[in-house]
Design a protein around this ligand. Structure first.
Ligand code: FEO
Length: 404
């Protein structure tokens, strides 16, 4: 009987056997408007290998895809490239069912899997650059610690020049298409960018080092198979070059203005600041936080030069939408930004002070004094907002001219 889910051939002896999560809209805080996939792969060599598994509720889909090409009980080895639950959620059950001869993970992966799942079977640790023979084919492992967990590693299938890259080079995108050449370029780039900004940004300097290392290894890579989204086979350099560029976070004249408003005054300030930025030669990107979520803001600042944040004061605090975005951005550790705090207030400007403090905690240099307006901004106040925007545009221009 035909399986309800089918494997997809990736190369001579490699098949995609993952799952498509069409309904996913929130991935630990990252807004995933296009859903996601959890990619797992089977290598049919002299040994049958399963690379990674899927999120627990998708186990049956993965097993069905595996069954469309081989009996799951024929799996000899399972390799776990990354311990996060979207790739290991069903691993304990699959181990129990398949009883593979061996399960491999990085040294830190062994620790993570054992502690996470309290497994009572041995997980074999593979070291950086260790090789594993599959008979006619060979695997090589590369530790990629903190990209983006301590346990993360790449697995390279030597004979097919195929790199299994777990989260790296992935994206949250649910589609029926499995390959980059089947998907519109603009979708690929925008979702890969969003993924980088929301997942890998805190480790951007490690991405640069990883790419340098891949260069010195002279690893010939024909295909990159990440654990989310499409497989790169048309031109792997496209995504490698994008990562190399994004990791630098080179400042541009783009200024992100993220704000929320209580009775419209802070929104008026934001609009006037935007005009000043534009007239000063910057590229303002206004993001009212009632209609832009934290993931969109994170994506926009990836190639920005300034982050200006506005909040009125509510009960001696900033608005919850602003606190949400700043908390999220703080964890992502964006670099090479100048910043500014602004907002209106009634009797206490505490909100603006808190925005300033949070930007400083993010190690963002303030480009100007915080801008506060009491109650509703009049024309003088709006003129000050315009000038504040123009001043920041001037600073951005100087920074961009200094950049190589
Ligand atoms: Fe896709 Fe870090 O898990």
């Amino acid at each position: 009987m035909r399986e309800p889910f089918q494997a997809v051939r990736v190369s001579n002896q490699v098949y995609w056997v993952g799952a498509i999560d069409w309904g996913l809209r929130d991935f630990h805080g990252y807004a995933t408007e296009r859903g996601s996939t959890y990619n797992a792969f089977i290598i049919l060599a002299d040994k049958v290998i399963l690379i990674d598994t899927v999120k627990a509720p998708f186990k049956e889909e993965m097993l069905s895809r595996i069954s469309s090409i081989t009996d799951p009980e024929k799996i000899d080895y399972i390799i776990s490239d990354h311990s996060e639950m979207d790739h290991t959620g069903c691993l304990p059950e699959v181990i129990e069912m398949v009883k593979p001869e061996k399960v491999f993970a990085s040294v830190m992966g062994v620790k993570a899997l054992s502690e996470h799942f309290h497994l009572d079977r041995e997980i074999v640790a593979v070291k950086d650059e260790e090789k594993l023979s599959l008979g006619t084919m060979n695997l090589k492992f590369f530790e990629t610690r903190m990209l983006h967990w301590p346990d993360s590693m790449f697995t390279y299938l030597v004979e097919e020049e195929l790199l299994f890259s777990q989260d790296a080079f992935g994206m949250h995108l649910a589609t029926s298409e499995r390959f980059d050449d089947e998907i519109d370029d603009s979708v690929l780039e925008s979702e890969a960018r969003k993924y980088f900004a929301n997942i890998l940004l805190p480790y951007a300097s490690l991405v640069t080092k990883l790419l340098e290392r891949l260069g010195t290894l002279h690893l010939s890579i024909k295909t990159i198979a990440p654990d989310h989204g499409p497989i790169w086979r048309r031109d792997v350099n496209k995504i490698l070059d994008l990562y190399s560029q994004w990791a630098l976070q080179r400042p541009t004249k783009k200024a992100v203005v993220a704000y929320d408003t209580m009775w419209g005054s802070t929104a008026k300030m934001a609009a006037a600041i935007g005009e000043g930025l534009k007239q000063g030669g910057a590229n303002p990107r206004l993001m009212p936080l009632r209609s832009h979520n934290r993931s969109e803001v994170a994506t926009e600042i990836l190639d920005a030069g300034a982050l200006l944040v506005g909040s009125p004061t509510l009960n001696n605090n900033i608005l919850p939408t602003v606190a949400d975005v700043l908390t999220y951005l703080k964890g992502l550790k964006p670099r090479n930004l100048i910043g500014g705090a602004f907002g209106s207030y009634g009797w206490s400007p505490a909100g603006v002070g808190q925005v300033k403090q949070m930007l400083q905690e993010m190690k963002i240099d303030l480009a100007g004094e915080p801008l506060k307006v009491k109650y509703v901004p009049d024309s003088d106040a709006l003129e000050k907002c315009f000038s504040w925007g123009a001043l920041i545009a001037e600073k951005l221009k100087e920074i961009c001219e200094r950049e190589p």
